[in-house]
Design a protein around this ligand. Sequence first.
Ligand SMILES: *Cc1c(COP(=O)(O)O)cnc(C)c1O
Length: 380
Amino acid sequence: MWKGIIGNMKIHFNQLDRGYYKYKNEYDRAAIAALESGWYTLGKKCEKFEEEFASYIGSRYCVGLNSGLDALILAMRALNIGAGDEVIVPANTYIASVLGITENGATPVFVEPDKYYNLDADKIEEKITPRTKAILVVHLYGQAANIQKIKDIADHHKLYLVEDCAQSHGARFKGIMTGKWGDIGCFSYYPTKNIGAFGDGGSIVTDDQELFEKIKMMRNYGSKVKYHNEMLGVNSRLDEIQASLLSVRLKHYNEMREQREKLARKYLEHIKNSQVILPAIRAGAEHVWHLFVVKIEKGNRGAFQEYLSEHGISTQLHYPIPPHLSEAYRYLGHKKGAFPKTEHYAETLVSLPLYTGMTDQEIEYVIEVINRFTGKTIED
Ligand SMILES: *Cc1c(COP(=O)(O)O)cnc(C)c1O
C-alpha cells in the first residue's frame, strides 16, 4: 500500500475547475468564437454539436435543449403521454426522472431496483396495466441498466421505451449505447455530469424523424417558421456558447472517460474493508462511473461519512430521500415501507469523490483513510 500519507488532505466531492483547466485553451477559444459570432441561440454551433452527439451515440437525430429535465418532459409530451396514463419508472432514481412524467399529468408507477441499483427487469411486468403507456428506464450512477430485457418487455407489451441517460453518457450495453435502445434517449449536460456544460444544457436523441421534428418544434415555441406556431411549445434551447463548449467536451470525452475508469479501478482494487461494499457490474453492461457508490451496512453510514469528513474527505448521498417519500409526491399516497429495497439503499448508499483531474495522490489518500475505518456496531 502507499506509505504514510494519512494526514489532513482536503478532498472535495467534485472539482469542476480541474475539468476546465485541463483543456482551458480550447474552452476559451470556443467561448470567444461563439461570442464573436454575433449569433447566440439556435445557430450553427448548436447544430454542429447535435450532429456530433447523435453520431457519438449512433442515433440519427439529436435536439439540443435547456436541461435534462426538459428532455424528459418533452420526450413524454412528444409521445402524447398525459393525464390518465401510467409510466413505469425506477423507485431508486433522482426526482427529475419522475418529474418528466408528472409534469405531463401522467402517473408514475414505481418499480424496485436490482442489486446493481437499476430498475429490476423482473419486477416490471407485474406493474403493467391497461393504462401503462411507457417504461422510463434510468441508467443510474453511470451503469447501463438491464436494457435488453427491458426493451423486450416494452416491445412485447407495445409500450414506449424512454431512457434517462443523464448519468450514462457513452455507457453501452452489449455494444449498443444507452440512449439508442429506446424510442427517445434523454441527456443532461449539467456541469457535474460526465459530459457537462458550463451552465445548464440537455438533449434528446432518437432515430424517429417525426419525434425529432416534433421536439425540435416544441423547444422553440412550437414553430418551425417564426410566428407560425403549429403546437403549444416551450422555450428550451441549448445556446451557442454552451453548445460550442460541449463540442470541446465531447471531443475529449474518451480521455475523461478513461481517467474515470482508472480511478474507479483503483477504488475497486484497493478498497479493502469488510464494512464497505463495492459496486457490482452486470455482465454485458458498461459503467462510465458518473458516481462511485458504495454501501455501508449496519446503520454505520453516518459514522463513515463523519469519519471521512474528519479526514477532510467530502462524500454525498444519491439519494437520501427516494421520490415516493418526498414531500412533493406525498399526493401519490406511498407510505414508508412501500418500496423497502429502495428505502434500504437510501439509508446505506454513499458516493465517494471521483472527478476529472483527481490525482493519484488524492485517490490513494481516500483509499487509505477508508481502509482504516473501523466503524461502529449497532450496540454502540
Ligand atoms: C441530472 C439528472 C437529471 C436532470 O438533468 P438536469 O439537466 O439537471 O435537468 C435527470 N435524471 C437524472 C437521473 C439525473 O441525474
